[in-house]
Design a protein around this ligand. Structure first.
Ligand code: G6P
Length: 469
């Protein structure tokens, strides 16, 4: 068959990730409504063409997803795994998001955290079960010699498990996060850190967003498992999708939101824009404190600038994320109370996810504020310069992966230093128009150097080109 021929050439491609490209919602009448997601992987995978032999294996995440699996409803090219909800919750909330995410983003606050106790061991067993479910599904679906691209910290054990089941496959893994430095990775229990590294080293090839994260991973392997073995390491810095963003940001729903936002901002005011998931690593509160400092240090900006901050809910099953959302709202409210006037709201904060409104804010941005304490890449830093109507200035944390590509034309800050960030905001607001335009042009070039399609194909081809013994 043609599938077999394609397989013989190693042309079948499987992608595995926790969150898939589609999710389902049960409507009141009992029908299922499919919602397609976006992002680098979705556009990347579509680059291999509609006729390609491709399969995306992902978790059922919502009640609708589970119902779709039960009813046998689904999209071609997508297989959802109905992992028991409690196992998934332990693996995703307990291990991946509360431990691995915290390790790689240096988020633990001593003296209370981390604590690796019996409860954690139980969650770890679920993480193994959940990874094993992926490995088995991939082993079952993959044609001889297929390429499998496993994604992120949720699925670190899959490469090793899959290698055991199917030594014929070409296995890649890509980390969308930073990688922890040795001393921080060492916080993990001894056996678990070795298991995570060995699991990943089951891959033929491991991808990272920057050289910095790749080097950190290599250092952990040297320290804890005696090196990389035969696994190859690659760096692929995902860029912004300029064609998509430019077209999408001029559609009518975005234009409508521009009008509404202009109302909220008020006539003739400058805008400092940030858009994030409400995520501890994004450092939204220190961004607000820096803005408050700007209004204190430079009263001339009062009434003349607005901080447009969109902080969309994320991982709300975790108390620490809910608390962080509340803190963001509290600090924004405090600034508005203290400085606001009848005609001026200093911080325009929105927490309801709305992609069209995000693009509207991008278009209006004079300054983009991207100040994470640590971030794998940060695509907002790359997207705003591409979309902004008047070429925005970028205030950028040196701890974002994007810093390595955009640092020269951004105003770079230490994300913990609120005073420095306040000065950077002032510098960005006062940058001469010609300089701002020239920098925005170079930022846009750097930001779009590796669009999602090429980012994906580069990894796939590198994996397929490897000589296997
Ligand atoms: C961000 C990170 C990815 C991660 C994703 C998971 O986008 O950059 O590394 O996979 O979050 O988000 P989720 O909402 O699925 O927990």
């Amino acid at each position: 068959s043609s599938t077999r021929d394609a397989a013989a050439q190693g042309a079948q491609v499987l992608v595995a990730s926790n969150r898939g490209p589609v999710s389902y919602e049960v409507r009141e009448d009992g029908s299922l409504h499919a919602k397609r997601g976006g992002g680098g992987l979705v556009s990347g995978l579509s680059a291999i063409g509609p006729d390609a032999d491709a399969l995306w294996v992902c978790s059922a995440l919502t009640d609708g997803d589970r119902e779709a699996v039960r009813r046998g409803v689904g999209e071609d090219g997508v297989r959802m795994l109905d992992i028991p909800a409690d196992v998934h919750a332990d693996a995703y909330n307990g291990v991946a998001n509360s431990v691995l995410w915290f390790i790689h983003h240096l988020l633990y606050q001593t003296p209370l955290e981390p604590v690796f106790d019996a409860e954690f061991r139980r969650q770890w067993a679920s993480y193994e079960t959940y990874n094993h479910a992926f490995a088995e599904a991939l082993a079952e679906e993959a044609a001889e010699g297929a390429a499998v691209l496993v994604q992120d910290y949720h699925l670190c054990l899959v490469p090793g498990m899959l290698r055991e089941l199917r030594p014929d496959l070409r296995i890649g893994h890509f980390s969308h996060t930073p990688w922890a430095p040795v001393d921080y990775f060492a916080l993990l229990p001894t056996d678990i850190r070795a298991q995570l590294l060995r699991g990943m080293l089951g891959a033929d090839r491991l991808g990272f967003l920057t050289r910095r994260w790749a080097d950190a991973f290599t250092a952990c392997c040297t320290e804890f498992v005696g090196g990389l073995g035969s696994t190859e390491i690659g760096v692929h810095g995902l860029g912004a999708d300029a064609d998509f963003l430019r077209a999408r940001s001029h559609e009518s729903d975005v234009e409508e939101r521009i009008l509404a936002l202009r109302e909220e901002i008020g006539e003739g005011r400058r805008t400092i824009v940030r858009v994030d998931r409400t995520e501890l690593s994004k450092n939204i509160v220190r961004g607000l404190l820096a803005y408050r400092q700007l209004l204190d240090d430079r009263p001339e900006w009062r009434e003349r600038v607005v901080h447009v901050a969109f902080a969309y809910p994320s991982r709300q099953d975790l108390a620490v994320y809910r608390d962080y959302t509340a803190e963001v709202q509290r600090v924004a409210g405090e600034i508005n109370e203290r400085y606001g006037t009848p005609g001026w709201t200093p911080v325009v904060l929105h927490v309801k996810d709305d992609f069209a409104r995000s693009l509207a804010a991008y278009r209006l941005a004079d300054v983009a504020l991207v100040n994470p304490v640590r971030d794998g890449m940060n695509l907002v830093a790359k997207e705003v310069p591409v979309v902004s109507d008047q070429g925005c200035a970028l205030v950028l944390s040196r701890e974002a992966g994007a810093y390595w590509e955009l640092g020269e034309d951004a105003i770079v800050v230490n994300p913990y230093d609120v005073l420095e960030t306040a000065r950077a905001l002032h510098e960005a607001l006062t940058m001469a128009p010609e300089e701002r335009a020239a920098r925005a042009k170079r930022l846009t070039e750097a930001a779009t150097a590796l669009p999602p399609a090429r980012w994906f194909l580069e990894q796939l081809q590198a994996l397929q080109a490897l000589q296997r013994n």
